[in-house]
Write a protein that binds this ligand. Structure first.
Ligand code: ATP
Length: 442
């Protein structure tokens, strides 16, 4: 059997030797290059299964090599070795397509995990399981993006409105990644009581607090060698944001009541329907954490942006909700047209709910427009709801935006004004005009 071959690029003989010994103990063949130029020459003549490169080379840097490999041997994963604390360069390398990074001094356990993951990458496209339904241009692009991102270890920020399929995208990234045999742990950050958060994330030792009757494993440990999906990440309280940042940066964590640090081989994916960059601007979310989670961003399009996928989605969803031995009811052209005219604020999840209800209300043979029971007030504006004047419509939109901002900031007007991008005075004026002012100052 052919042994896998790894290219080590570093000008420090000690590091080359350490990496060489570790890799050969893993049954791997290694070649070393001490400069960018010699690495390029080796890559030109041989196909490597992985390249490990230092960031600082005498005649160039690791980023140049990442770029070179992306352009010339895109099937060779490349990981960069960075000086401790140089997260910015690690992030830059991953944005350019590096598979992962490892800090100096090299922790051999982390290195071995990284190598196993890298060698597990499957570049053939026929094994992909895609139940991401849709053929519109934006969905085809999304599928390509998922396949590409799945090969990397970089943290991914999945953005998009509520119900668009962010969790589905996260699962697909995991399923198509070298971690696919390991756990995928989804965590709804908004649903964990604040006082339990640290223990839920990092675990705890028996007796570390009242009620800790036995050792408990946290999400970090449960997701070891797999993927941790932080859903509704914007809801993390500030103290957890700091701890999470540390965990991502150091690739380690410490259970509550433990004296030891444990290494964490975890890939982080996160999502929120909120505008995270806006929350950073207004101070609700740490900029440094945002920067680390958002190495790669995937935007999941709303249903309205891909209205032509509705017929495909309807068939798929009906098959999903109707038992196998029951005939799928027909869906008339008018019914599909009515769905295409609807605004879907809750996106695919709402489409699923509408179809489930419609199927129950239908005669089982055909789903009619009346079975859909689409909410009247939420009809798409571009379908021209002439019951409302333009001024009334604009007022309604303004009111909704202000109420949403106040809700998000728990009634704090100063912060709500920031979130809306207006001055405090302007917000006060508009609240008065819309008749929702309670005259309080904050
Ligand atoms: N392209 C798609 N093809 C098939 N099913 C989809 C697609 N997108 C979403 N779904 C389905 O829609 C439902 C909602 O998706 P999901 O939970 O992933 O959305 P979300 O964006 O994470 O929602 P939230 O913001 O509320 O957390 C799920 O049942 C999912 O399987």
């Amino acid at each position: 059997m052919n042994r896998k071959s790894i290219l080590i690029v570093d000008d420090e003989p000690d590091i080359c030797q350490l990496l060489g010994i570790t890799l050969s103990k893993m049954g791997l063949e290694t070649q070393t290059a001490s400069t960018f130029d010699s690495a390029q020459k080796l890559l030109c003549h041989q196909q490597f299964d992985l390249c490990l490169t230092d960031m600082r080379l005498p005649d160039g840097n690791g980023l140049d090599l990442v770029r070179h490999i992306q352009n010339n041997s895109p099937h060779t994963p490349v990981a960069v070795i960075t000086a401790h604390g140089k997260m910015e360069t690690a992030i830059q390398a991953m944005k350019l397509g590096a598979f992962d990074f490892i800090n100096k001094p090299v922790d051999l356990k982390i290195l071995r995990n990284l190598i196993e993951d890298a060698l597990n990458i499957n570049y053939s496209s026929d094994s992909k399981s895609f139940n991401l339904i849709g053929e519109s241009e934006c969905i085809l692009q999304l599928k390509t993006q998922i396949e590409k991102i799945a090969r990397s270890q970089a943290p991914v920020y999945i953005s998009g409105q509520s119900g668009v399929g962010k969790e589905l995208v996260a699962r697909l990234i995991h399923q198509n990644s070298p971690r696919r045999e390991k756990p995928f742990i989804p965590v709804n950050c908004g649903a964990i009581p604040i006082e339990l958060m640290e223990s839920e994330f990092f675990g705890h030792k028996k007796g570390s607090f009242t009620g800790a009757h036995q050792d408990k494993m946290g999400f970090f440990q449960a997701a070891h060698q797999g993927t941790l999906f932080l859903d509704e990440v914007a809801d993390l309280p500030p103290n957890m944001q700091v701890k999470l940042l540390r965990g991502i940066q150091e690739k380690s964590f410490r259970p509550v009541g433990d004296t030891k640090e444990h290494s964490a081989d975890v890939r982080f994916l996160c999502a929120t329907h909120k505008d995270l960059s806006k929350l950073v601007q207004t101070g609700f979310f740490r900029e440094d954490l945002f920067y680390r989670l958002n190495v790669i961003e995937i935007k999941v399009p709303s249903l309205i942006q891909r209205i032509n996928d509705i017929p495909l989605l309807v068939t798929y969803i009906l098959k999903k909700i109707i038992p196998n031995d029951v005939t799928i009811p027909k869906v008339s052209v008018e019914t599909l047209e009515a769905l295409k005219q609807y605004s879907f604020p809750g996106n695919i999840r709402e489409l699923e709910n509408i179809l489930e209800r419609a199927y129950t209300l239908s005669d089982g043979k055909e789903i009619l427009t009346t079975d859909l029971q689409l909410p009247l007030q939420a009809r798409k504006m571009h379908s021209h709801d002439f019951n409302m004047s333009l001024d009334e419509h604009l007022e309604q939109v303004e009111k909704e935006a202000i109420l949403k901002a106040l809700d998000e900031t728990k009634g704090n007007k100063t912060l709500a004004a920031k979130l809306l991008g207006v001055t405090f005075r302007t917000l006060r004026y508009r609240l008065k005009k819309l008749g929702i002012d309670d005259d309080s100052e904050s």
